[in-house]
Design a protein around this ligand. Structure first.
Ligand code: ADP
Ligand code: MG
Length: 345
């Protein structure tokens, strides 16, 4: 690491010095990377496979709050959130670019932390960092990540492929990231009122991690391939189950039935939602940021999917005229809306 990092500022280092400093430990591992950082463009070769590209822009004050998000987590999450979009196409992510806008008062060790988180995510997911851009920012931290991946043409999974009778499946569990955010927001308020009170997040590791350190579901894409299950439609859960299932239904011109009792919710998410006076089902439907994969699959894949501990079958696709409905635990039928679930309790 850089010596005397605490005393060096960004202006002393300069743009090129900073880029060199941040990227000197970058290693390339993907055979699809011909050239990474150091020229005017990276060079990639997917030898006939389809190329997948997705990009995200993250702005301080809009997408993240540096008062409770540690920078290393922010770098990690920025990458994960973007990789998740590649996995949601049923592809493998292979490269990213990572661009940053920094105000001059931003300390070097803070940039290092941010970068360390991004590089950790790259290493863990076997993704090459092949470029980026570095600029001054007049106000606030700006991060932009672009992910690049690939898939065989026949494996690429769009939102529009769901067919009547298909199973609706989701990986992992839902609502945790939203409830974790409620917890962090509460501790931030308490801290701002009285800076002597330390945050009390004890015993809440799982949901705090769900918010601060999400994991994109590369493993689910690999699992489906190993089961020889080709999803008919897929999307990642960034805005909440309700919004995502409606995207699949709209794009596929179909309806759906979801069963509240089948929606996977972790016990800590459930109990903490209750502590906040929130309906755990509403948190799963409208909370967002879980970065799980929501997909549809043919009924003939039921036997393969039903015994997978990390996959829940939560409903099925219907014809469009049957509507898009949630069957509550008590058997009532509610139309699914992307928001406004508070009315539903
Ligand atoms: P250009 O003037 O063509 O934009 P730069 O001087 O900005 O080139 O970048 C030089 C090299 O460093 C390029 O390969 C670019 O992709 C890479 N680079 C710049 N900023 C970053 C960053 N934040 N992270 C990773 N690579 C970066
Ligand atoms: Mg540049």
């Amino acid at each position: 690491m850089f010596e005397n990092a605490g005393t060096t500022n960004l202006e002393q280092l300069g743009e090129f010095g900073l880029i060199d400093h941040l990227t000197k430990s970058v290693e390339l591992t993907q055979e699809t990377t011909d050239k990474g950082i150091g020229d005017d463009a990276a060079v990639l070769d997917f030898s006939g496979k389809k190329t997948l590209v997705s990009t995200d822009l993250l702005l301080e004050g809009i997408h993240f709050d540096l008062r409770y998000v540690p920078l290393k987590h922010l770098g990690y999450k920025a990458v994960q959130v973007n990789l998740s979009d590649i996995y949601a196409m049923n592809g493998m992510a292979s490269q990213i670019t990572f661009s940053i806008g920094l105000s001059s008062k931003f300390p070097l060790d803070a940039v290092e932390e941010l970068y360390a988180g991004a590089l950790l995510a790259c290493r863990k997911y076997g993704v090459d960092l092949v470029g980026g851009d570095t600029s001054a920012s007049a106000q606030g931290l700006v991060i932009s990540v672009t992910s690049i991946g690939y898939a065989k043409e026949t494996d690429v999974t769009y939102r529009n492929g769901a067919q009547e009778g298909d199973l609706i499946c989701v990986s992992g569990d839902l609502g945790g990231a939203y409830v974790g955010l409620q917890l962090l927001e509460r501790e931030k308020r308490i801290f701002l009122e009285n800076p002597n009170i330390q945050p009390d997040l004890e015993g809440k590791d799982y949901i705090v991690e769900r918010q601060l350190k999400p994991e994109a579901r590369k493993d689910i894409v690999q699992l489906l391939a190993s089961l020889d299950v080709k999803p008919t439609a897929m999307i990642d859960v960034s805005d909440g189950l309700a919004s995502e299932v409606l995207h699949i239904c709209r794009e596929s011109e179909k309806g759906c039935r979801l069963y509240e009792e089948k929606i996977p919710i972790d016990p800590m998410t459930y109990d903490t939602a209750r502590e906040f006076g929130l309906d755990p089902t509403v948190c799963a439907l409208s909370g967002g940021e879980d970065y799980e994969l929501l997909f549809t699959a043919r009924q003939s894949d039921y036997e393969k999917l039903k015994s997978q501990p990390d996959i829940s079958i939560i409903g099925h696709i219907t014809e469009v005229s049957a509507g898009r409905e949630l069957i509550s635990k008590s058997g009532n039928v509610h139309p699914i809306k992307a928001q406004g679930w508070n009315a539903f309790g």
